[in-house]
Design a protein around this ligand. Structure first.
Ligand SMILES: O=C(O)c1cccc(C(=O)CC[C@H]2O[C@@H](n3cnc4c(=O)[nH]cnc43)[C@H](O)[C@@H]2O)c1
Ligand SMILES: [Zn+2]
Length: 357
């Protein structure tokens, strides 16, 4: 804590240059999707490798292609990019380049959500898939210093077959990658009730994985309750609709269940109408632990630095407030205590240097 006695989330003053401060701030990211992080350059390169795809090869045309009418349209476009990942080399390239983009933003640690079912059902050998992500993870840590960990998520709309396959890939000792720390649930929520996935989360938790389902992104607060009570969620992906239920906010605050907030994503998928209407202020006011994330950054025309700038504006934060948000992510991560202390220390040291007269 560089300035003891001051409450960083309430005692605010105008920051000197928030964008420059955020750009150099060491960060952790907890909610970001593997395929959804493919930069326009990587999408264009993959589209050129596989010319039968309808995904544009021109990075400029991708801006239009990545404009979504609603959440269902977003998932349709997302799956067209998933269709571009066809070989283990595609998987390795994507993973390694995503880490490079993270390192450029001073991301020291990220939990990347990967949907192995989508790749294995498209014909990528499961062993080769695991080797490709692990190979990229080790190279990225050695070359960029960014530590990656995996969250394997069930694409819920693909049904219980996808849940069975994801649980198998995540818990089979011969396949399970070293970097795997958590188990998730993604895709559309409407018509995909969370409780049906309980047995698969039970298996993953018994195998030592942490529970981090998406919930309350496109449906109401009951979905968040279901994620907590049935799937034993330790963090909630989005949780946007929690703001509609005071008891739920109090529960999240009391039990220190962090929300993985992704403001621009919620606007891009039209889950929330405008940034001004985003409930992030209600979350902070209720004492909920808020972490800031980018979800599918190039698809939503954003990056993690921009999400911090958006959050700082909506919450009226100065540098100490922004640093506090960054530390929330570190403490809510599944890093070991020594790793958390190292990144939190880096954040404090950077902030103190920035604020030094
Ligand atoms: O892979 C398939 O064949 C397949 C078949 C049916 C349905 C699906 C999916 O629903 C895949 C969803 C996919 O979306 C990812 N994702 C990325 N961003 C978000 C988000 O903000 N909220 C929810 N899901 C998101 C998720 O990780 C899944 O991989 C697939
Ligand atoms: Zn997500």
């Amino acid at each position: 804590m560089p300035f003891p006695g001051r409450n960083p989330l309430t005692d605010q003053r105008a920051p000197r240059d928030p964008h420059a401060f955020i750009a150099g701030l060491p960060k952790a990211e907890l909610h970001v999707h593997h395929v959804g992080s493919a930069s326009p350059r990587i999408v264009a390169e993959l589209a050129a490798r596989h010319p039968d795809s309808k995904v544009p090869t021109d990075p400029e045309a991708l801006v239009d292609y990545f404009t979504f009418t609603d959440f269902a349209h977003f998932i349709e476009v997302y799956l067209s990019v998933v269709d571009l990942i066809r070989t283990p080399e595609d998987v390795r390239l994507l993973t390694y380049e995503v880490a490079r983009d993270m390192a450029r933003q001073q991301v020291r640690y990220a939990e990347l959500t990967i949907t192995p079912f989508s790749s294995t059902r498209r014909g990528i050998d499961e062993r080769a898939f695991m080797d490709a992500i692990e190979d990229a993870r080790k190279a990225a840590e050695a070359e960029f210093g960014t530590v990656l960990r995996w969250c394997f998520d069930i694409p819920g709309e693909a049904g219980l077959e996808s849940a069975e396959e994801t649980a198998r890939l995540a818990t089979d000792d011969r396949l399970r990658p070293e970097g795997l720390v958590s188990f998730g649930l993604g895709g559309p929520e409407i018509g995909v009730p969370r409780p049906q996935f309980k047995p698969y989360f039970d298996r993953a938790i018994a195998a030592g994985l942490r529970s981090v389902p998406h919930a309350g992104e496109t449906t109401g607060p009951q979905t968040v309750w279901d994620a907590l009570t049935e799937l034993r969620a330790e963090r909630i992906g989005h949780g946007t609709s929690s703001a509609q239920d005071e008891k739920l906010l109090a529960h999240l605050a009391e039990h220190r269940i962090p929300l993985e907030v992704c403001p621009t994503s919620n606007i891009a998928t039209r889950a929330v109408r405008t940034l001004e209407e985003h409930p992030i202020r209600e979350f902070v006011k209720a004492g909920v632990v808020v972490t800031i994330n980018s979800d599918d950054p190039p698809m939503f025309g954003t990056d993690l630095n921009n999400e911090y700038a958006v959050a700082a504006r909506l919450l009226g934060l100065d540098e100490l407030g922004i640093a506090e948000l960054a530390k929330n992510a570190v403490h809510a991560s599944f890093l070991d205590e020594a790793g958390k202390a190292r990144i939190a220390g880096e954040i404090d040291a950077y902030t103190a240097r920035w604020l030094a007269p």
